[in-house]
Design a protein around this ligand. Structure first.
Ligand code: DGL
Length: 270
């Protein structure tokens, strides 16, 4: 089999990147790792996140992948430099591609970022945006309840739970005057219909997983590594009981994946 692209996250969120990768390069094989035994990542300390991230990456070394997409805002914000040092193949996170896209689309220079506690505390998005343009005004907000509601399936357009929590978290973003909002955790685009409905037309949403997928695609094409005639086989590796993951992933991806899911074990202590 042609070498695959490795994509990982704590749970469902990284599927936002998988969806885009498959759309951009349908022939590519993708190995997805969802560390569902340890989701959420966003409330963990930097030390714990670096340990998890190394175990996630080591999993892909055994799969001999040709590139790795860190489809997790939290790991991208906290551990990407460590992973880059370890990784023998191309590796990209979501922070830099999302910040670049936000810088392209903003007209007012007022950019808001929502992400997990660990991502916001790291300051990574703000640093990246200011390194592009120090005049940008950046408003940041951690939305820790978004991941559990997505992981529990409350992401339908009509979900009362999602609507309530979106309103609570995003009221201050709505009144901040920002014209661009980075969905800095890859779980958040799964709530996009609810977020869009609350914020209205005045704010452009930047999907961090999607932007990272575009960056990986650009690299693969530029280095002539694209599997143009491949069958686009996906495997979903999950660190805990797969049934809940399968159900929600199928809802989000809008296709059956049950035969492509297997349970795996990472490192020694999980
Ligand atoms: N989807 C991940 C992120 O982008 C992880 C969220 C979590 O597990 O808390 O941050």
């Amino acid at each position: 089999m042609e070498k695959a692209i490795g994509v990982f996250d704590s749970g469902l969120g990284g599927l936002t990147a998988v969806k885009e990768l498959s759309a951009l390069m349908p022939g590519e094989n993708i190995i997805y790792l969802g560390d569902t035994a340890r989701v959420p990542y966003g409330s963990r300390s930097p030390e714990t996140l670096v340990r998890f991230a190394k175990q996630d990456l080591e999993f892909f070394f055994r799969q001999n992948v040709k590139a790795v997409l860190v489809a997790c805002g939290t790991i991208s914000a906290v551990a990407l430099p460590v992973l880059k040092e370890m990784c023998p193949v191309f590796i990209e996170g979501v922070v830099s591609p999302a910040a670049k896209r936000a810088a392209e689309v903003t007209k007012s220079g007022k950019i808001a970022v929502i992400a997990t506690n660990a991502s916001i505390n790291s300051g990574a998005y703000c640093r990246e945006l200011k390194s592009i343009n120090s005049e940008f005004t950046v408003t940041e907000k951690a939305c820790p309840m978004f991941v559990p509601i997505v992981e529990n399936g409350y992401f339908g357009r009509d979900s009362k739970v999602a609507k309530l929590i979106v309103k609570d978290y995003l009221s201050e973003i709505k009144s901040s005057g920002a014209d661009t909002l980075i969905l800095g955790c890859t779980h958040y685009p799964i709530l996009r219909p609810v977020i869009e409905e609350f914020l209205g037309d005045g704010i452009t949403l930047v999907d961090s997983g999607k932007e990272a997928a575009k960056a990986v695609c650009e690299h693969i094409k530029n280095t002539n590594e694209e599997n143009i005639n491949g069958g686009g086989k996906n495997v979903y590796c999950i660190t805990d009981e797969p049934s809940g993951f399968i159900h929600l992933a199928e809802l989000f991806l809008n296709r059956k994946i049950g035969d492509e899911v297997k349970k795996v074990t990472l490192g020694e202590d999980c």
